[in-house]
Design a protein around this ligand. Structure first.
Ligand SMILES: Cc1cc2nc3c(=O)[nH]c(=O)nc-3n(C[C@H](O)[C@H](O)[C@H](O)COP(=O)(O)OP(=O)(O)OC[C@H]3O[C@@H](n4cnc5c(N)ncnc54)[C@H](O)[C@@H]3O)c2cc1C
Length: 422
């Protein structure tokens, strides 16, 4: 039996698995192929709602309810498909011998899809890894929530929260933390939330009007902005910036940068500065050495991959829609290869991926969002509504209609309490 192995069940890996399963089920050779998805968690994480998890009060929802709103078990998502799921930590990928090693399994492959995403990068800043919380996974979001609750209960003085990194993740989290505390108690209003960015403004990679409006919004809800100097070193409750400013904190959250999953380091493919695997327009990995015969059967996508738009020279953004779209293309291209190999078609019709700008929506505290859709920028309540619709659309794409709708309504009921301020 031929093996198609997908590493990582995030946005890209899950899309690949679902599309491959659907496509393969229509082929007469379906019994000859096994699709395996492997992930270190037993659930698919919906990251765009993690900031809600980090900021939802215990009286609004308990751990289990919160987890159920953003972590969807693969056993359910893959229930009626031919995809085998393995819950395990991948430890090594031996590309030359076509084998994936995980803690408890050894998986040979004919086709490999690498969709392991990204992980926090600490840029060797002394003390940062030891003293900062990260914000990448469900576990991280719950840890932030626990830290805020625990500090609030045990300390009489107002809490000093510092978020380092003024990209979308830091901006969303800062505004939601500020909003949640304002919504939950009056005393907490004295707490301070500071957002640091080494650039001269937050959201420097975004359209200047987005950065400007987000800045106005953050200032309005009381987030302090500290831009223009990078983080130099971090101690237990104090950080130092490059300009030698010292800042005390109770909780430091690092949202200042990511790099490709470490496993990519040892794979014999070309990589860019942040360790992302270079892929060409069919999403196949570009080998370091042209002799690597299996290269055309190995694909990488999502946050772990790097593809350049030949016209603009820009790389694809590390966002969920890019990973999903790439996942669909990878599934299509693998199916074309299989069809040609099995003699169902004479020539494969591959699809190519060209990096593009996707619409994005930043939730900025309460029922307020900031969205850029093509040339249009919308802000306020309608952008917040649009965000909800986009979420529902994604749920429909990975789970049955009623399950998706029920989940979305359940989430709305919980998170609307968080977002009660406008
Ligand atoms: C807090 C937060 C909020 C975000 N909000 C948005 C948003 O609103 N809109 C948007 O477009 N994007 C958002 N993003 C970015 C988006 O989540 C990523 O671009 C997207 O997840 C990338 O998809 P992926 O498939 O490449 O990787 P991921 O979705 O990260 O999936 C990688 C998978 O690989 C698994 N994995 C990694 N290493 C191993 C290993 N060694 N063994 C086994 N399994 C492993 C992980 O468990 C994970 O399931 C957000 C990200 C974060 C962190």
């Amino acid at each position: 039996m031929k093996q198609i192995v997908i590493l990582g069940g995030g946005f890209g890996g899950l899309r690949t698995a679902l599309d491959l399963a659907r496509g393969l089920s229509t082929l007469p050779c379906r019994e000859d192929y096994q699709i395996t998805l492997i992930d270190r968690t037993h659930y698919h994480t919906f990251t765009p709602l993690l900031y809600e998890i980090a900021t939802t009060a215990p009286e609004t929802a308990d751990y289990q309810t919160l987890a159920s709103l953003v972590a969807y078990p693969f056993s359910e998502l893959l229930k009626n498909t031919c995809v085998q799921f393995i819950h395990d930590e991948i430890s090594h990928v031996d590309v030359n011998n076509r084998v994936v090693h995980s803690a408890h399994h050894t998986l040979p492959f004919d086709y490999l899809v690498i969709a392991l995403g990204a992980e926090p990068s600490f840029f060797s800043i002394p003390g940062l890894k030891d003293h900062a919380l990260t914000f990448k996974t469900l576990h991280d979001a719950l840890s932030i929530r626990d830290a805020i609750l625990s500090f609030s209960h045990h300390n009489p003085h107002p809490l000093r929260i510092v978020i380092a990194g003024g990209g979308p993740t830091g901006v969303e989290l800062a505004s939601e933390i500020k909003n949640a505390e304002q919504a939950s108690c009056r005393v907490c209003r004295q707490n301070s939330v500071t957002l640091l960015d080494s650039n001269s403004s937050i959201l420097s990679a975004f359209h200047p009007r987005i950065a400007q409006r987000a800045t106005q919004r953050l200032k309005k809800i009381g987030v302090h902005l500290c831009c223009g100097s990078a983080l130099k070193e971090v101690y237990a409750h104090e950080l130092v910036l490059e300009n030698n400013t010292r800042m005390a904190f109770d909780i430091l959250i690092w949202a200042g940068g990511v790099k490709a999953a470490t496993l990519a380091d040892t794979m014999p493919f070309q990589k860019e500065a942040r360790g992302r695997i270079a892929v060409h327009e069919l999403m196949q990995c570009i080998p370091e050495n042209a002799d690597l015969s299996v290269a055309h059967q190995i694909y990488a996508l999502g946050d772990l991959s790097c593809i350049v738009n030949p016209r603009t020279k820009k790389t694809a953004g590390q966002v969920a829609p890019a990973a999903v779209y790439q996942g669909a293309i990878v599934a299509h291209n693998i199916l074309q290869s299989i069809k040609q190999q099995e003699g169902f078609i004479q020539k494969s019709h591959f699809r190519t991926y060209i990096p593009q700008e996707y619409p994005y929506i930043l939730p900025l505290g309460g029922k307020y969002g900031l969205a850029k859709i093509g040339p249009f920028i919308i802000s306020g309540f309608f952008a917040w509504i649009f965000k909800g619709i986009v979420e529902l659309h994604y749920f429909f794409s990975i789970m049955p209609f009623w399950t998706a709708l029920t989940l979305w309504i359940k989430g709305l009921n919980v998170f609307i309490k968080n977002d009660r301020l406008g």
